[in-house]
Ligand binder design. Structure first.
Ligand code: SF4
Length: 276
């Protein structure tokens, strides 16, 4: 399919033009996943997670704005190998709901490709009705919930001032009520939260997602953000001092959480454990 062409300024001489589209990259949940990066020019997020594969977040904000126009995104899509992907995933250089053209971009890319659309979000903007309305256009929303308490949320995810664990839970419940697609929770499992299945369980039972996806922080954390960090980068050396929980421990946590909540809980298979 040829997408509607738009005029895009050429890259300055000597500097390669960067693309809002990357991959496809392999995902154990979604197989070949084509990435959409609506932030593109820097790392932009309302959290500063200890394990973030982007490195340090340079723009720590919860203000929404357009970073890359939708027409530019469509132009980059047209030049990308999108046909081989199984899904199209909005993720990239930070928190996709901070892009004010998220909803418009989801609709435009779905129309152009007819591929399932996944959005990975850190859950911090879900109390905003406009954000929830834009997310409604997705097929799957995977929402971060790494901590069962405000104390652990601060230690692990370093939110921008004014964002609390209670805000996250309230936003997730509102999204659950309104969203008719697949709602997943993403939980990054680390030594700090691995013993907290009993404390996660009441929140998860209340939110009642379709699925909980357990992850482990197996991708190295670089010192600085660069475009390479948004994909499955390997070139930055060892992960930043986190002990990777053994596969069996992760599988046990998943079983325990499923039993406590009655919700389907999935964890990376052993072969994918190191590339979750
Ligand atoms: S929410 Fe995602 S992009 Fe933001 S700091 Fe955490 S891991 Fe990085």
């Amino acid at each position: 399919m040829t997408l509607q062409k738009v005029a895009v300024a050429p890259a300055p001489r000597g500097r390669p033009r960067v693309s809002a589209i990357y991959g496809p990259v392999y995902s154990w949940r979604y197989r070949q996943s084509l990435g959409v990066d609506l932030l593109l020019r820097d790392s932009v997020c309302s959290l500063q997670c200890a394990y973030c594969q982007l490195g340090r977040i340079n723009v720590h904000t919860r203000a929404r704005r357009v970073y890359v126009t939708t027409s530019r995104v469509l132009d980059d899509l047209d030049a990308a190998a999108w046909k081989s992907s199984n899904v199209i995933t909005f993720s990239g250089s930070g928190e996709p709901t901070l892009a004010a053209n998220l909803g418009e971009s989801i609709v435009a890319i779905r129309k152009a490709t007819r591929k399932p659309i996944v959005v990975l979000t850190n859950s911090t903007l879900l109390n905003d009705a406009a954000v929830r309305a834009e997310l409604a256009a997705a097929d799957t929303i995977a929402c971060k919930l790494d901590a069962p308490s405000d104390d652990m949320f601060r230690k692990l995810n370093h939110p921008i001032p004014g964002v609390t664990h209670a805000d996250l839970i309230a936003g997730l419940k509102k999204l659950r009520t309104e969203f008719t697609g697949k709602l997943a929770l993403q939980l990054m499992l680390m030594p700090i939260n691995a013993g907290a299945a009993d404390r996660f369980a009441p929140w998860i039972a209340e939110i009642a997602p379709d699925e909980v996806q357990i992850n482990v922080p197996s991708r190295p954390k670089p010192r600085e953000w660069s475009l390479a960090t948004r994909g499955e980068h390997q070139e930055f050396g060892a992960a930043n001092g986190f002990r990777l929980l053994p596969h069996e421990e992760v599988a046990d946590f998943a079983r325990d959480l499923a039993q406590r909540t009655g919700v389907r809980v999935i964890a990376p298979p052993a072969a994918a454990h190191s590339r979750a």
